[in-house]
Design a binder for this molecule. Structure first.
Ligand SMILES: O=P(O)(O)OC[C@H]1O[C@H](OP(=O)(O)OP(=O)(O)O)[C@H](O)[C@@H]1O
Ligand code: HPA
Ligand SMILES: [Mg+2]
Length: 180
């Protein structure tokens, strides 16, 4: 285990199992629908890559880069589009894939944007849901794990761009981001 990790919450086996189970459900729900599966960069990249391999029906992929944390552990409150989709969502069934819903600001913003752009349907699949810290409402359609109010890293989740490549999800030691 990495020295900056307090506790491992989900190891590779747990992540594989939950991804398979979500993929099986999505295979049923999206059969014949040709959904546009949108990965929210960068955090969701590892989950997206594993999840779509478990979806056994036709899908198209696209990527959107949105950022609100910068180098901090607390949301700035302002959501910025860094890279927009290449595809039009108009009249498409859109499935947004996220690593974590925390304050809800990122997904609230993206889901509203896709509805405004006239998507036929907008659903959310998140690996992690941290309900205690929600500031704005988000309807989560598919969720892997409900997590406690701690700063998590690994499997795509970062602190100041570090730890995304850890193959598990763990709680980051607070001594790493607290200066005193
Ligand atoms: O519910 P929220 O409070 O909005 O937080 C969740 C979002 O924050 C993180 O992304 P971040 O903006 O840090 O960018 P990153 O994915 O590139 O790390 C995370 O990957 C989610 O997208
Ligand atoms: O717990 C978290 N870890 C990493 N990035 C995040 N973005 C929102 N919450 C988190
Ligand atoms: Mg982040």
């Amino acid at each position: 285990m990495h020295q900056d990790i307090e506790q491992v919450l989900y190891d590779q086996k747990a992540l594989t199992e939950v991804t398979k189970s979500l993929g099986a459900q999505l295979t049923v729900d999206y059969a014949g629908k040709n959904p546009l599966v949108v990965c929210v960069l960068k955090g969701a990249i590892l989950f997206m890559a594993d999840l779509v391999r478990q979806i056994d029906t036709h899908v198209e992929l696209d990527f959107m880069d949105v950022s609100s944390y910068g180098g901090a552990t607390v949301s700035s409150g302002e959501v910025k589009i860094v890279k927009d989709l290449d595809t039009s969502v108009e009249n498409r069934d859109v499935l947004i894939v996220e690593d974590i819903v925390d304050t809800g600001r990122t997904l609230n913003y993206i889901a509203d944007l896709f509805k405004y752009r006239k998507a036929k349907s907008v659903k959310i699949c998140t690996l992690l849901d941290k309900p205690e810290t929600r500031v704005v409402p988000v309807h989560v359609d598919y969720s892997g794990f409900k997590v406690p109010n701690a700063f998590l890293v690994g499997y795509g989740l970062d602190y100041a761009e570090h730890y995304r490549n850890l193959p598990y999800i763990g709680i980051l030691k607070s001594s790493v981001y607290q200066t005193k």
